[in-house]
Design a protein around this ligand. Structure first.
Ligand code: ZN
Length: 340
């Protein structure tokens, strides 16, 4: 997920900052706004997941953000934590992932969908070191998708749009095939991988996810954080949102159902409302696969109103959600998704 947009109530990502700015700008009550990671508007980039904020948090965030200097440099540290975290991969459900200690990077295979790897990071900074360049390469609006950016160019591009390296994304989600393409392209371009990216490549190779034709996905979840604010509820929301992407990437029946719903069940007005919301958060609105994937994640698997408020869509999103859930392919995800 990503940050917040100028006038669009659905801003996410640099949630804290956008959130604070929005609240200050229009006098909106903090709890009427949302922040997460995958979105963005006039601004080409925004991180994708969200962060919510209570009144006090927003006020504190506003002060902090005004004082905060330019985006953090890309540090070349944290290798030790990353290396330690990649030593073992265990199966876990969402509750177990959320309850695990946040002292180092921990890697899980989602018990309900073992082809989905879940990376739980000890800090937004370490998450950014490992995955920001992948995100820019794979999907971030306004970024080149045919080459891997040198670190310096990534930082300058993030700074140009007023974003921050660490909170460029709150949560990530990628297909195995896109991760393979990232590494192949970096090699072909002669772009050196950073330590954390090399650790990721090693992990994915060990897990068989970089083989041609491999079916798999990588998703991530940030730790609890005071600044930017990520509370337990936000963390659970981010994880469920990303899990739905993991299912979309690895379950052909669910992906086909979602794409059919997007193209055939939803009206052009419905799609336009989602494109407006998603475009405002930095998603490439010309990418139909991305649009349908984000539609299902927000419409159906982001129940926290701090992150997604259907009533502000200008369409009957609640009815759409009911229709989507009613037709979902049978399985654990449908079983775990409330009908309303
Ligand atoms: Zn998303």
């Amino acid at each position: 997920m990503t940050p917040d947009a100028e006038d669009d109530p659905f801003a996410r990502r640099d949630a804290a900052r956008d959130f604070a700015r929005a609240a200050m700008r229009v006098g909106t009550k903090p709890d009427e706004r949302r922040a997460d990671r995958h979105a963005a508007a006039p601004r080409p980039f925004s991180p994708r997941l969200f962060v919510a904020a209570s009144g006090l948090t927003v006020a504190l965030a506003a002060v902090f953000l005004m004082l905060r200097p330019t985006p953090s440099p890309v540090p070349q540290t944290a290798q030790a934590a990353v290396g330690t975290g990649l030593q073992s991969v265990t199966r876990a459900d969402e509750a177990t992932v959320l309850a695990a200690p946040q002292d180092r990077l921990r890697v899980f295979r989602l018990s309900q969908a073992p082809s989905v790897l879940v990376l739980a990071f000890p800090s937004l900074h370490e998450q950014a070191l490992m995955l920001d360049r992948v995100g820019a390469f794979v999907e971030k609006a306004g970024m080149p998708h045919d080459r891997v950016l040198p670190d310096s160019e990534l930082l300058s591009r993030i700074a140009q749009v007023g974003e921050d390296f660490d909170s460029f994304y709150y949560g990530h989600d990628y297909r195995a095939a896109d991760l393979l393409r990232f590494f192949v392209t970096a090699d072909a371009d002669g772009v050196a991988l950073d330590t954390e990216e090399r650790a990721l490549r090693k992990l994915l190779t060990q897990q068989g996810m970089l083989q041609h034709g491999a079916v798999g996905a990588v998703i991530s979840v940030p730790p609890l954080s005071v600044q930017p604010p990520v509370d337990a509820g936000s963390r659970a929301t981010i994880l469920r949102h990303e899990v739905s992407h993991g299912v979309y990437f690895t379950d052909p029946a669910y992906a086909a159902y979602t794409q059919h719903f997007w193209a055939e069940v939803m009206t052009e007005r419905d799609r336009a409302a989602f494109r407006k919301m998603l475009g405002g958060e930095g998603y490439d609105t010309a990418n139909e696969d991305l649009m349908s994937n984000e539609m299902q994640a927000y419409l159906v698997h982001t129940p926290d109103r701090r992150f997604f408020e259907p009533s502000r869509m200008g369409i009957d999103a609640s009815l759409l959600r009911q229709q989507f859930v009613a037709g979902m392919p049978a399985g654990w995800l449908r079983d775990e998704t409330p009908p309303h």
